[in-house]
Write a protein that binds this ligand. Structure first.
Ligand SMILES: [Zn+2]
Length: 291
């Protein structure tokens, strides 16, 4: 029961005006921390693995870990493949037990983006129970294979967004609205709230069909996050914040305990720090007690 795809939980979140945290993990300790923190706050959860860690750990291993953690959890948990620009690898991960697949063909021409996204949608829907996220417009910064400079950023065109959603049949949709991966270089990033509002009205105005995703959660101020949720964002991706927590906690622990050779204690310190960070995000997104 706890193993779910992203669609249902995000339809509920959109309707009830909160967002589900989609937290990027690169190892088992992070996955356990993310799951434990979400259980403690009774929050629905999307565990994300991008392409590099999925390949490093192997999709079948990630899928098996996820199934084991989720089966016992009293909350709905989705395993999401983040920013994959390879249709074939999307299929491999779908076969390995990922329950939401993001095909990111946003750097392709519009028609090619539609073609690749639809190919993944067709495959995942035929397999049953797997939802698909597509992206239109770009998010600056670095996310694994996909690198976009700020000057190359093309924001999502609302009319094209509607065409994209209709022609691909995607379950959830990530529009480029000016958020960025990594650490924001400026204190006040230019986020196009009006564009998100227009996209939400065009796609979901008559009837809620396709929940909207906000990439680049790290570094957004709480009032910006709340504004984006009120305009229809129901999946918030958080990656960089967790990478920093993992590296900083490891570095600090080793620096303070240079004579100790006990990996379990490093893992425990990292797990606690990640849990604290996840709880901050869950409270901010309003997803506690929504499982
Ligand atoms: Zn992203």
């Amino acid at each position: 029961m706890a193993i779910v795809n992203a669609k249902e939980m995000l339809l509920k979140a959109t309707t009830e005006k909160y967002a589900v945290g989609a937290f990027n993990c690169t190892n088992l300790i992070q996955m356990e921390a993310v799951v434990d923190a979400s259980i403690e706050l009774n929050a629905p959860l999307i565990v994300q693995c991008s392409v590099a860690p999925s390949k490093f750990l192997k999709p079948q291993v990630v899928g098996a870990i996820y199934k084991t953690l989720a089966a016992e959890a009293p909350i709905p948990i989705c395993l999401h493949l983040d920013h994959c620009n390879d249709v074939e690898f999307c299929k491999v991960c779908a076969d390995a037990g990922y329950t939401n697949i993001m095909i990111d063909a946003s750097k392709q021409e519009f028609s090619e983006n539609i073609r690749q996204t639809k190919a993944v949608v067709d495959y995942c829907h035929a397999a049953g129970g797997i939802s698909v996220e597509g992206e239109l417009g770009t998010v600056s910064g670095v996310e694994d294979q996909v690198r976009v400079a700020e000057s190359e950023v093309e924001l999502c065109d609302p009319e094209q967004a509607l065409t994209f959603v209709d022609q691909t049949g995607v379950d959830i949709f990530a529009p480029g609205i000016g958020t960025a991966h990594g650490v924001y270089k400026t204190k006040n990033p230019k986020i196009d709230f009006g564009r998100l509002e227009k996209i939400a009205a065009l796609i979901n105005g008559q009837q809620l069909r396709v929940p909207l995703v906000i990439h680049g959660g790290t570094g957004l101020k709480p009032d910006v996050v709340k504004n984006l949720i009120s305009l229809g964002g129901s999946k918030f991706n958080v990656s960089t914040d967790l990478k920093h927590t993992l590296i900083d906690t490891t570095y600090d622990y080793i620096s303070e305990n240079r004579d100790q050779y006990n990996p379990g204690k490093i893992d425990a310190a990292v797990k606690e720090a990640i849990k604290d960070k996840i709880k901050y995000w869950i409270e901010l997104l309003g997803s506690s007690n929504r499982a």
